[in-house]
Design a protein around this ligand. Sequence first.
Ligand SMILES: C[S@@+](CC[C@H](N)C(=O)[O-])C[C@H]1O[C@@H](n2cnc3c(N)ncnc32)[C@H](O)[C@@H]1O
Length: 389
Amino acid sequence: MHYIRFLKPPRLQRGGSASQLTAKITLTTDLGESFLWADIRLVVELVGVDGKTNLLAGGKEYLWKGSEGMRSLEVSLPIPISKGRGKAAGIHSVRMLVRPVSVIQAVDTSAAVLGAGDGGLMAVRSMAVDTNPPQNASTVPSASLAERVINIGKSQLHIWEETGESIARHIWDAGLVLSSYLTSISNPSSECPSLSEKLPKLPALQNALTQNDIHVLELGAGCGVVGITVSHAFPNISQIILTDLPEATEILSHNLSPSILKPLLSQTHAKITQQVLDWSSPLPPNIKDTKWQLVVVADCTYNPDVVPDLVNTLRRIAEGNRDLLVLLAMKVRHESEMVFFDLMEKGGFAVREKCILPLPVSGAEVGEEIEIYVFETGAGEQNEHGNVP
Ligand SMILES: C[S@@+](CC[C@H](N)C(=O)[O-])C[C@H]1O[C@@H](n2cnc3c(N)ncnc32)[C@H](O)[C@@H]1O
């Protein structure tokens, strides 16, 4: 699975009679550790602030020459110059959409994430760029956020992420696959019924998620893709808190803002909030005092150095709560991640159920998988502080 990313977000470059919107893109995996090495045709389009309305007839096509070792690609589009502000001025704010030409290659629905199509490439939309900035500005950078749009049934999930290299602030494969899986099991008939039938079942998870008045906590929520989807897919949930380190607060706030969530979550959906929860610190009092039914963790086990803190946090949440389930999604990147399972066992957790889902791939890419585990609390070794030895 690869993501189209802005290495350099779109900028307005003014010429005499015409202006250009230029950007530098790349096609990488979630970790950014490898580039797409297949050739793929891309189209760059000028869209309105809604991210949908195409402002130019067609777009401009480019060929990503992955087979020749391409690592980045400069793209540009001519844009109409607006002569003033207001309606009469014409287009004065534009966004750049970069997607595969072939819709079959696009991962733009939760069904496609779950491998219903032949695609393995996710499109990207830039922030809006002002086409009529002050005269003394020759180039106008847009802020460094980009948007991913995933169609889930009749709704659309809008997740903004940072365009830089931060770990916390962009979408990860395991989170994306877990979100799509949860969407599919929440309403099997509305998505892609034939796909839903084929998906492996996790009955204990499904049972927990369909109870009334359940409280869900997410650890290491990043941009919030999983928590937001859970909230949308299971309106019976009464409370959901997305947590992460302080560095994720800004992007989480952005993705949880009413203007972004309103079209997806109605008044009847759970109250979804965020707060800082660092696994190396004691639990915040409100988290400690709540009886959680489900803790969700996606793509948080890649760093063995922080895994003991993660497991100890799960232990503290589970104290005195024998009904707790922990839902974990991971893309196994290296052997050292297996320490998580040893520590979970020592911490008193047992795997209740498990499934493996393939990641969609582009071209001749080697297949990868996402593992989903449901842990329940059981007996285990702990030291006198309730920590895993
Ligand atoms: C790879 S990202 C996954 C983000 C998200 N769950 C997803 O799937 O898109 C791992 C997340 O764990 C968070 N994290 C790492 N160490 C942490 C700690 N000590 N306490 C809380 N969160 C932490 C990071 O900030 C980051 O958001």
